[in-house]
Design a protein around this ligand. Structure first.
Ligand code: SF4
Ligand code: SF4
Length: 469
């Protein structure tokens, strides 16, 4: 007998989520306002920095390979910190997921936020759920054409603004804005603008919940972070079942029916189009729209409104949710550790970097007066925001004399001095000589110390070796 086959591919069904007001809708409005406000405003905030440094509060200066975030400047040398930041962001996601499920997806993810914004535009031009369905099913008319055109134009405008603002994070925003307006912006900026406009338009306008269901990897592995205490959006079947949609039957035998009146308001409000009454589903982004929908119905009927709510599986089983549990504490402690490490590094890093390379050919030079000389290349980087003068000295070597090639300036103790502008990185050839009277056989560890003459300039050391016959 031939076996029945099932397609693994599900046809796309356009969703028409109904606008649902309520407490969680207001929370999502707040989240959208804060996140979009920050995103659009940040590149235009000016920030005072000394000298020629850019005055944009948040700037990712790729040509100079420096990131400016208010008073923090991240140099290429700090690149490992980006890895720490990525790990911290991942741990934050794990922590939030273990605690409150996919609440990040429902309230903070950029896909959700922009999709929500695009949906509001769609509702503005095409009406709420029923009107939108009717409009899509109706034949083309001038009215339909006008509404659809206006919606797509506004979507594209949001896409252009979103993409434009993204580019502003990588260059001086007012200058680049003027460049766009006068058609003088660099080619790379135009290409990024075009690509991101299209991505925003397609992802928020068309792909929408498909991104959450099929494209986002987070939806796939979030289950690994869930346990019976994780907060989810759940329908309470013991309260709702047996559902009864017929008002007459409900009133005739109220003791035999549950609280669910089978109105499907929770389904029509759901942006991913699922029926939460079927139990926990990975498509659920924990947005709370179904809770608002059900609560509105219950308020109208003067029934208790806790049929769908934020809860945990343990709470549904009649016990209390355990907030402090191993995985939450583990993710939380790791996250705190990484954030502390980043903060400590940023507040304690030396504003001058030093790197020393010993010349190998020859490893040492025996001079005619009996002294021994080793040559080094040192690379110094002034990471402070001001021009700094540094002195160079070598410790750990008796009778040592240090000289920087082609540099004559010395301080009162005879230590050579170099001056570097903010951000300047300079290589120097350095000669270290040990007098004949202090000579000993074999090699010896030495330490180079580069110290600014002002406390703000900081100091840094580098261990190397002095070679002798
Ligand atoms: S089931 Fe409820 S919480 Fe989950 S996505 Fe749908 S509306 Fe949002
Ligand atoms: S909104 Fe509430 S009452 Fe209506 S179908 Fe959903 S769960 Fe049942």
């Amino acid at each position: 007998m031939a076996e029945a086959t099932h397609s693994l591919y599900a046809d796309w069904k356009k969703q028409y989520p109904k606008y649902q007001s309520g407490f969680f809708r207001n929370l999502r409005w707040l989240s959208i306002l804060v996140l979009l406000g920050l995103y659009y405003a940040l590149p235009f905030i000016r920030w005072k920095r000394p000298g020629d440094l850019p005055n944009q509060a948040v700037l990712f200066d790729l040509p100079e390979r420096k990131f400016y975030i208010f008073d923090i400047v991240i140099w290429p040398q700090d690149i490992f910190m980006l890895a720490l930041l990525l790990i911290a962001a991942t741990l934050a996601l794990f922590f939030i997921t273990a605690l409150a499920g996919r609440v990040f997806c429902g309230y903070m993810c950029f896909q959700t936020v922009w999709t929500d914004l695009f949906l509001q535009v769609e509702r503005f031009f095409e009406g709420n759920r029923k009107r939108r369905i009717k409009l899509d099913q109706s034949p083309w008319s001038w009215n339909k054409l006008a509404r659809k055109t206006a919606k797509h134009l506004v979507w594209l405008a949001i896409g252009v603004i979103t993409a434009g603002v993204f580019v502003f994070y990588f260059a001086d925003a007012p200058t680049l804005l003027w460049g766009f307006l006068t058609l003088n912006a660099p080619g790379a900026a135009w290409v990024t603008l075009l690509l991101l406009t299209l991505t925003t338009y397609l992802m928020a306008g068309f792909a929408r919940e498909q991104v959450c269901i099929y494209m986002c990897p987070y939806a796939r592995f979030q289950g690994a972070m869930f346990d019976e205490d994780t907060i989810i959006v759940a329908y309470h079947p013991d309260l709702g079942e047996p559902r009864q949609g017929n008002r007459r039957k409900r009133l005739a035998a109220p003791e035999k029916v549950g609280l669910c009146i089978d109105c499907r308001e929770c389904v029509t409000a759901c942006p991913t189009g699922i029926d939460i009454r079927n139990g926990q589903q990975y498509e659920c982004i924990t947005c709370g729209a179904c809770i608002d929908a059900c609560n509105t119905v219950k308020d109208k009927l003067h029934l208790p409104n806790e049929l769908i709510r934020y809860t945990s599986l343990r709470e549904m089983g009649g016990q209390k949710t355990r907030w402090f549990r191993f995985r939450v504490l583990a993710y939380g402690s790791l996250l705190t550790g990484f954030l502390l490490a980043i903060a400590l590094y940023l507040t304690h890093r030396a504003p001058v970097k030093l790197n020393v390379v010993h010349h190998r050919q020859p490893t040492f030079i025996a001079l005619s007066d009996g002294s021994i000389q080793n040559n080094f290349t040192i690379r110094a980087l002034n990471m402070s925001s001001r021009t700094q003068t540094y002195t160079l000295e070598v410790t750990g070597l008796q009778g040592a004399h240090v000289k920087i090639a082609a540099v004559e300036t010395e301080d009162a103790s005879g230590r050579p001095m170099v001056t570097l502008a903010p951000g300047e990185v300079a290589p120097f050839t350095v000669y270290v000589k040990q007098a004949a009277s202090a000579r000993q056989p074999g090699s010896q560890d030495i330490v180079f110390k580069l110290a600014s003459r002002t406390p703000q300039g900081g100091e840094n050391s580098y261990q190397s070796v002095f070679m002798r016959p």
